[in-house]
Structures are given as structure tokens and as C-alpha cells.
Design a protein around this ligand. Structure first.
Ligand code: TXA
Ligand code: MG
Length: 322
């Protein structure tokens, strides 16, 4: 298949993308987090093609993206606490997992057989495209399953070129890290995947405690596999020294011992800004894949705020692969 890339800023591109989706095609779309691989969520064949193009296990459910809160409410039941969070953070990088409505017009493949659905309202071009199509879009990150998420159109093209119909190029994404996935529990917010909105921000906005996944209950969110976001090279964390030939990924001007022997040094944020570091992380890992670097050492990165999501992705990038 010949994959075309079109500029997202051109209204004609949006029209073509909407037509392609309406015909059951696959379109990579920039969101404020990462590029998504979108299909009409009601079209089972199109959704099945997402799983094929990514090589994604079928049990791992997809997020339904909507253009308005009412459209989310046509898919899931949002309680008062969920609605308040939607009000505060949508459009934006918050995904809410909630009970699916029996009449939700989403193909069962999207939820992977679960009684719940994940919904989010993205910013910008993605939202315009959903509004134009007039239906929710199912969209995982636009990368081969288990690999690093794409933050530019070029990353998408390297990973999925020839396997999808269209790529809308909207430049580098703003957050560079996936949405935060939550579910509401009685009097608490359950964090299913740390992401671009920090747990502190959720606690503050909801007035509720934020609970981490219980140990052992790893499959509360089926996508939270141990090895994920993995670059081709081997990743070593909390590096206090550099071994000769390693790519060093560091933060806030920290320079570990042996830094002179590094093949290359990338500082995710010399100013020590976690937001900037999050925006750069996947771009750096994707670049490492492009250049074929074999060993990557990552210096310690603070754990507070967005650092939780950054460390989560790094842990999975470094996890043993089967
Ligand atoms: O920022 C993002 O969220 C990006 C952009 C494209 O929106 N999308 C994304 O999708 O990261 P994906 O498929 O790579 O990750 C979705 C996560 C997975 O961990 C999946 O298991 C979880 O959401 N998820 C989806 N539906 C769920 C459900 N019903 N219950 C629990 N977890 C769910
Ligand atoms: Mg993903």
C-alpha cells in the first residue's frame, strides 16, 4: 500500500482524511500527545486493520476519541466526578475509562470484550477531523505494537509506512507523551496509566485521592505490559556512570561519571523542566532507533509530577523483552 502524507494545516487534507476514514481507511493523526492511528470506531473491519497494521494483541483495547462531551456520553456513563474532570481537562490529554452504554455505536473490537470503554477528547486537528467525520475515532498510538510512540509524522512513516492509507503531518506533538488514563472509583481516582496530566493535577482538580494500580493487578489496564515503548537498543536506567559507546540520556545538566566516553549525550531538559523532558523523550528514543545505537544509559530523572509518567515509560523501555 502506498502511504500518502498530507499537511494537516491544509483544509483539503482534512476533507481527504475524513473521506478516507468514512470509507474504512486508516489515517495517522497528530494529537497533542502523540500521533494516533485512527479508524472509524463503528467500523469493525477498519478497527481490525488497526490491530493488523500495528501487530497489536486483540485483547488490548483502544481509546475512542470524541469531539464533544455529549459524544462521550453517548458511549459511556460518566458520573459526576468523571464529568467534572472532563470539564476541567477536555479537550486534552485525559482518558477516562467508564462503563460502556449498551447502545454505544462502537464496534466490540474497540473494547476488547471489556464492559468498559476508554474515551477522550483530543485537541486541535484530531478533534476537527472527528467533528468532520461526525463519528468517534478509535486510535492507539501510531507505532508498531510494543515500540516507541511517534511524536512526528516521520516517526509514523518509518514505523507504519506502507501499512496505512494516510498520514496527516501536523509537526511535532506538544506533550510528546500519551494521555493519562484513569477510572473513577467511589471517592477516588484510579490511575491506570500515568501520562501527560500529573497525578497531582488530578488530585487537585477532583479533590479526590489518586490511587495507583494495585500490585499484581497489572491488567486493570491491559496495555500496561511490562515491555513496551522499547527502542531497538538496550536501555539501562538510573545510570551513575557511562560505559564507552553508550548514548547517554540525561536531565537538568547532570553529567554522570565517564561521560567523556559517551557516543552521544542528549539532555532531555538542560533547564530541568519535566514538561520539556516529556516532550523530548520519545523523539530521542525514535532517533536512537533511526541511528541504530545499541546501548542507551539513562541518568536518574525526578519522579514527581510528570516525572512519574516519564519514569513509567523508561521502565518499560528497559524491561526484559520476550
Ligand atoms: O495519548 C494517547 O492516549 C494516545 C493518543 C493517540 O490519543 N493514544 C494511546 O493509545 O496512547 P494506546 O492504545 O497506545 O493506549 C491506550 C491505553 C492502553 O494502555 C489500553 O490498555 C488502555 O488505554 N485502555 C483502553 N481501553 C481500556 C479499558 N476499557 N479499560 C482499561 N484500559 C483501557
Ligand atoms: Mg501505545
Amino acid at each position: 500500500m502506498n502511504t500518502r502524507t498530507l499537511p494537516a494545516s491544509d483544509p483539503q487534507s482534512l476533507a481527504e482524511a475524513a473521506a478516507c476514514l468514512a470509507a474504512g481507511g486508516l489515517v495517522a493523526v497528530p494529537t497533542e500527545t502523540v500521533y494516533g492511528l485512527a479508524a472509524d470506531a463503528a467500523n469493525g473491519e477498519a478497527v481490525a486493520r488497526i490491530f493488523e497494521a500495528k501487530g497489536r494483541p486483540r485483547f488490548n483495547p483502544l481509546i475512542s476519541h470524541v469531539a464533544a462531551t455529549e459524544d462521550a456520553q453517548a458511549l459511556v456513563t460518566l458520573d459526576a466526578a468523571a464529568l467534572a474532570l472532563a470539564e476541567r481537562f477536555w479537550p486534552g490529554p485525559l482518558t477516562i475509562v467508564a462503563p460502556a452504554r449498551p447502545d454505544a455505536r462502537v464496534h466490540p473490537l474497540v473494547s476488547g470484550g471489556l464492559p468498559t470503554l476508554a474515551v477522550r477528547m483530543p485537541q486541535g486537528v484530531a478533534r476537527d477531523l472527528i467533528a468532520r467525520l461526525g463519528r468517534p475515532l478509535a486510535a492507539p498510538s501510531a507505532n508498531r505494537s510494543g515500540r516507541v510512540s511517534p511524536t512526528t509524522a516521520e516517526h509514523v512513516s518509518r514505523s507504519l509506512g506502507g501499512r496505512i492509507d494516510l498520514i496527516l503531518d501536523g509537526g511535532p506533538t506538544a506533550f510528546g507523551l500519551e494521555s493519562t488514563v484513569i477510572a473513577l472509583e467511589p471517592e477516588a481516582v484510579r490511575l491506570l496509566r500515568p501520562g501527560a496530566i500529573s497525578a497531582d493535577d488530578l488530585a487537585q482538580a477532583s479533590g479526590l485521592p489518586v490511587l495507583r494500580p494495585e500490585p499484581g493487578a497489572a491488567l486493570q489496564s491491559p496495555g500496561q505490559m511490562r515491555s513496551h515503548y522499547a527502542p531497538q537498543g538496550r536501555v539501562r536506567l538510573e545510570a551513575g556512570h557511562v560505559e564507552p559507546g553508550e548514548l547517554l540520556i540525561t536531565f537538568g545538566r547532570y553529567r554522570p561519571e565517564g561521560v567523556a566516553d559517551a557516543a552521544e549525550i542528549v539532555d532531555l531538559s538542560p533547564a530541568g523542566d519535566l514538561r520539556e523532558a516529556a516532550a523530548n523523550l520519545f523523539a530521542v528514543l525514535n532517533e536512537a532507533d533511526r541511528t541504530g545505537i545499541e546501548r542507551i544509559a539513562v541518568a536518574p530523572i525526578p519522579r514527581q509530577g510528570l516525572g512519574e509518567a516519564i519514569n513509567d515509560r523508561l521502565r518499560r523501555a528497559a524491561a526484559p523483552r520476550d
